[in-house]
Each structure stands twice: as C-alpha cells, then as structure tokens.
Design a protein around this ligand. Structure first.
Ligand code: AMP
Ligand code: MG
Length: 337
C-alpha cells in the first residue's frame, strides 16, 4: 500500500516522479488525451506493476510514450513511409502508431504481440516526465480496468489511491478521449480506435483511410481482433445506458413517454425540458463531448443513477471517438428512431 501523493505538476514534482520511475515505480501522468499510469516501458517488473495497479488483462498491450522522434528508432524494426508522414503531421499529439517491435520492448509491454503502439504526447508535463526519466514510458489510461478513463487528477486518485506512490496533477485533459490508434497496410491507414485525430484528418497524409469494423461493432470474446482492447468491455458505468439515435424532437417524445426515473444525457438542457426527467449535459459539440464524456459517466456513478438515455453523438470527425466510447459504456444498446 502506498500513501499516494497528489502533486501539482511543478518541475520539482516532475523530478520526484521521474526518480520514482527510474527506480521501477508507477506514477500517474497527465497527457492531452487522458491521464496515464506511467512506468519504464523497457523494465518488465515495472510494467507488471502497471498491470497489477489497473487489474488489466495481461494480453491487452500498453502504449509506449516518447518525447522526441529519435527515441523511436531502437524500439521498432521498421518505420513505413506512411508512418513517418503521420509522425510529421500529427506528432506531438493524440495519435498512436502500431509498428513492429524490436527486442528492446519486453513482451509484457506488448501484451505478447510482436508489435508495439508508440505515441508522442503533446502535453508539456508528459514530455518533461519522459525527458527527466530518460526512458520511454509505457502508459495505459490511469483508471481501474473497466471504469471510465480519468480526465482529471481526482479521477486517478479515486481509482489509484494506495496503489501507486504519486500522481502529477495538470488539471483537466484538453482532449478527454484516448488517442487514435492506427496500423499501416500497404497504401492505407487503418483506424483501430478512433480519437481526436479523425479519419478526415488522416486523409491529409493518406487517401485510403479504413475504419476497422471493431470501432462501431461489438466483437465476440473469442474473436481474433486487430487490437486486443476491442474485445474488452470498457468504460462501463454502473448505470444502464442506452443511446437514442434520433432527432432532438424524437428523443424528447421518446423520453417523455418513459415512466421510470432515468436521467437524460443531452447536448443542451432544452432537449430534456418538459420530459419529466433530470438531465446531464455532456457537450454541445463533438469536441466538448470528448472532453466531458468520461467525467459525466463518473458523475452518473456517483449520483447512483440506475438508467440513462443518451442523445447519439455524430458518427464522423471527433464525434466518432465519442460514439465509440459511449457505445461501450452502453454495452452497444442503441435504439434507432
Ligand atoms: P489504453 O492503454 O487504455 O489507452 O489502451 C490502449 C489501446 O491500444 C488498447 O485498445 C490496445 O489494445 C491498443 N494497442 C496497444 N498496443 C497495440 C498493438 N501492438 N497492437 C494493437 N493494438 C494495440
Ligand atoms: Mg484504457
């Protein structure tokens, strides 16, 4: 058991966290996407501590975070032309690229795969922590496995108190949903997990952007998937969430007819007016929804809500990332009106 410290991300605190990382510990790290649980990606024992702190299944690989392009070379055996173009266009930023791993990356880090996901975050504290640690950092989202990803240091504290020695607090995450995860095929980029870097953005570097069908469809537990994370039930709030895919008008009439005490997750509180139900606003547009979604799911849990009906996000741009997360929170329950 640790007496977990919540430290404002000053340079002294970053140095303290880096020293913990150098001695094989796990620390809570802010990034622009969500908070991560960071440890030395090249140290098997340190990486095992990440899996233990989260309760993460051992076959769900970790993303390795670097602070400069130079750091990638020893970690992979090949960098396709398209990957270089993506790095140039989108790094530092919320894009993870799956590449063939070198022997330096332990199998524990890659979940037993021969590939590794690499990302260069833009958050200044994350970059300073990588620099000060002097090693690439393996970091999954800093939540307990199965609960919503943390977008504030308090969320990390709630899930990780006693499990890790320290958390760097850098306020609310700017993006709010995890990175876009891509793989490269001959002349195409395949999105395995949508994020703030959208399919539309990726078209700037590649004409052929494929959205894997696991992004919006449930996959069977025994299915062979391109990304192990796809098969796990993620982001599950305690409330039973249903997405209503409809116009604002139809949403209102559907919810008005519900006789239970369900809460409505809306873009604007007007959408719940006169329905007889309480509501929670989760963002007027896709960017705001990405920032707020996980916090709103945690708020539902805290207020003991049993049933929630959500307006359906856009299914393109950043909205696709919001839809992908909300679908999982809803256990794929969608009513199309
Ligand atoms: P998290 O660490 O919680 O952001 O989740 C990381 C996501 O990236 C999971 O969905 C993983 O399955 C996926 N991922 C990480 N590394 C790889 C890899 N080598 N191949 C495929 N997917 C990966
Ligand atoms: Mg996660």
């Amino acid at each position: 058991m640790f007496d977990t410290k919540l430290l404002a991300a000053s340079s002294e605190a970053i140095e303290e966290a880096a020293s913990l990382i150098r001695s094989g510990n796990v620390v809570g790290m802010p990034t622009e996407t969500v908070y991560g649980l960071a440890a030395n990606a090249l140290d098997e024992d340190a990486v095992r501590r990440i899996f233990a702190a989260k309760g993460r299944p051992a076959d769900n690989p970790l993303i390795v975070h670097i602070s400069e392009l130079e750091m990638i070379k020893p970690l992979v055996t090949d960098i396709p032309e398209l990957a270089l173009k993506c790095a140039e266009e989108f790094w530092p930023g919320p894009l993870t690229m799956i590449l063939p791993k070198s022997g330096l990356i332990p199998l524990v880090t890659s979940g037993g795969l021969d590939t590794v996901g690499i990302r260069m975050p833009s958050n200044k504290t994350a970059r300073a922590l990588i620099d000060a640690s002097g090693v690439p950092l393996a970091a999954p989202s800093a939540n307990l496995s199965g609960s919503p990803s943390p977008t504030k240091a308090e969320h990390v504290y709630k899930d990780m108190a006693g499990r890790i020695p320290c958390i760097l607090d850098d306020g609310q995450c700017a993006v709010g949903v995890e990175s876009t995860v891509v793989t490269f095929e001959k002349d195409s980029v395949r999105i395995l997990r949508p994020g703030f870097i959208s399919a539309e953005d990726l078209k700037a570097v590649c004409d052929n952007v494929i959205i894997d069908k696991g992004v919006v469809e449930a996959v069977a537990n025994d299915a062979v998937v391109a990304s192990p994370g796809m098969k796990y039930k993620h982001y599950a709030p305690k409330a039973d969430v249903t997405i209503i895919d409809s116009s604002a008008e139809d949403f209102k009439s559907y919810c008005s007819a519900l006789s239970d005490d369900s809460v409505l997750m809306v873009f604007d509180k007007k959408e719940a007016e006169g329905t007889g139900h309480d509501c929670i606003v989760y963002g007027a547009d896709s960017t705001e929804q990405a920032q707020k979604l996980f916090d709103v799911l945690r708020q539902l849990d805290e207020s003991g809500v049993k049933k929630a009906y959500a307006r359906c996000p856009e299914k393109s741009g950043v909205g696709l990332a919001v839809y992908n997360r909300l679908l999982r929170a809803a256990g794929f329950q969608v009513i199309k009106l």
